[in-house]
Design a protein around this ligand. Structure first.
Ligand SMILES: *C/C=C(C)/C=C/C=C(C)/C=C/C1=C(C)CCCC1(C)C
Length: 264
């Protein structure tokens, strides 16, 4: 009886997501409620819910794809899961204090950006043998980018030099995926639709990720009113996350489903 009850949860991720949704109500205890004119706060709420729904979607859709694509969907779900939990905290900080939740934001990025880099690696690994050096170089670029951004936003270093260091890390990642080993493996060995997925992901890392330094610019480098700057920063980062976490996962899902149907 117990056994059949448990196995009726074909996918335990359903449970995980239910727990997550429940725990979100626990976090929302700041005592201050969301105001109808707090559009930044509203964006935090909308996106935290979209992230929960995406997590459920990616985990459940694992059942539909061929074995070698399952890990990619798992990683997409982990990205949105980790981000969802951070958004619960970030929206509370914003709603309760009206200030930028820098620490939570960067802890989230520190986990989710390397996971996104792993996605690149997995997409290529599904069809070719990829040296692990590719992966480590992408991780190093990521760390330089994020440490630069963090010391600038947290006030340890002046915003401009920190920004430049962060930009160098990002340029290094772009170099690796456009001209380095990862791009060569893709061009020489990948089948057509993986190549097109790789190219789309590359566009995301170029244009989707470019939204973050734009947010930083509006947040710290324009000399505008500090409260307005803080609002722009958070709105821009939040919108960027929709594209780079949810849409990115959906692209991978699309390729995984079409490749799996073909193999049948
Ligand atoms: C899910 C979160 C993602 C994909 C976050 C990405 C963050 C960036 C691409 C941040 C980039 C930055 C620079 C390129 C310059 C320095 C400031 C940063 C950290 C905002």
């Amino acid at each position: 009886m117990t056994k059949s009850f448990l196995s009726s949860f074909k996918n335990q991720s359903v449970l995980a997501v239910a727990v997550l949704a429940f725990s979100s109500s626990v976090y929302a205890t700041s005592g201050v409620v969301l105001q109808a004119n707090d559009f930044v706060g509203i964006s935090f709420w909308l996106i935290s819910m979209a992230l929960v729904a995406s997590t459920a979607f990616f985990f459940l859709e694992r059942d539909r794809v061929a074995g070698k694509w399952k890990t990619s969907l798992t990683v997409s779900g982990l990205v949105t899961l980790v981000a969802a939990v951070h958004y619960f905290y970030m929206r509370d900080v914003w709603v309760a204090t009206g200030s930028t939740p820098t620490v939570y934001r960067y802890i989230d990025w520190l986990i989710t950006v390397p996971l996104l880099m792993i996605e690149f690696y997995l997409i290529l690994s599904a069809i070719a043998k990829v040296p692990s050096g590719v992966f480590w170089r992408l991780v190093i670029g990521t760390l330089v980018m994020l440490v630069g951004g963090y010391v600038g936003e947290a006030g340890y270093v002046a915003p401009m030099p920190a920004f430049i260091v962060g930009m160098l890390g990002w340029f290094y990642i772009l170099y690796e995926i456009f001209a380095g080993e990862a791009s060569k493996i893709n061009a020489n060995q990948a089948p057509a639709n993986v190549q097109s997925a790789f190219k789309t992901m590359r566009l995301i890392v170029t244009f989707g990720w470019a939204i973050y330094p734009v947010g930083y610019y509006f947040g710290y480098l324009t000399g505008a009113d500090p409260i307005e700057s803080m609002k722009s920063l958070n709105i821009v980062y939040n919108l960027a996350d929709v594209l780079n976490k949810i849409a990115f996962g959906v692209i991978i899902w699309t390729v995984a489903v079409s490749e799996s149907e073909k193999a049948k």
